[in-house]
Design a protein around this ligand. Structure first.
Ligand code: AKG
Ligand code: FE2
Length: 200
């Protein structure tokens, strides 16, 4: 039934950016295995932000890994990348082989339950270059992910399944915001791997 087949290269944004959803790219068993490995072996830390001089600590946890000990500065805080683990290298290769893009770093997010999310933002840091290519690879609970056009305010929603891959590229960060909305419906944790390329 061709009508129902997913076209992985279809752009889910109507204009001014490019977002591809590849759907599920690993088996549920493999996804469960990697979820567990990352949960226990990644150096998770609560995220911090300094906004108008006030220090905030999130419930969500994060971690930053890369080819080199890159500094990542955002929300007035800086993190230094840790060396890849074998699990991260396996997942990086899977994401690279599936998407045809290469990455040199990864910001991981751990949302313990639906009450934890990420507010509207774009990943427009200078160190990511003009047209950053950023993945969101999901392990664990399925969550809604939303885009909002910065001018027209048009929104696009997608559900990120366990073991699925989404790629943002082109002018997406320039023209669209994205967020992971909090929800009462989800009680299970989700890990996302946002592979990126730091341009030195
Ligand atoms: O959790 C996700 O899928 C995306 C998180 C995100 O937008 C980010 O880390 O910049
Ligand atoms: Fe983001």
């Amino acid at each position: 039934m061709e009508l129902f087949e997913r076209n992985p290269l279809q752009n889910i944004l109507p204009e001014d950016g490019q977002v591809s959803y590849y759907g599920v790219i690993m088996s549920p068993d493999q996804a469960a295995y990697y979820f567990d490995q990352l949960l226990h072996h990644i150096e998770w830390k609560h995220d911090e932000a300094v906004i108008y001089g006030k220090h905030y600590i999130t419930k969500r946890k994060v971690a930053w890994y890369g080819d080199e000990p890159y500094d990542y500065s955002y929300s007035n805080t800086t993190k230094q990348a840790l060396p890849w683990t074998s699990e991260l290298l396996f997942l990086k290769k899977l994401v690279e082989d599936t998407s045809g893009h290469t990455f040199n770093s990864c910001l991981l997010n751990l949302y313990h339950e639906g009450s934890e999310g990420m507010a509207w933002h774009s990943d427009g840091e200078k160190m990511l270059g003009n047209q950053p290519i950023i993945s969101s690879f999901t392990l664990g609970a399925e969550r809604k992910f939303s885009f909002k056009h910065k001018q027209s305010k048009q929104t696009v929603n997608i559900h990120l399944e366990n073991g699925s891959l989404l790629i943002m590229k082109g002018d997406t960060q320039r023209n669209w915001l994205h967020r992971l909305p909090p929800t009462k419906k989800v009680t299970k944790p989700r890990i996302s791997l946002t592979f990126r390329t730091i341009i030195s």
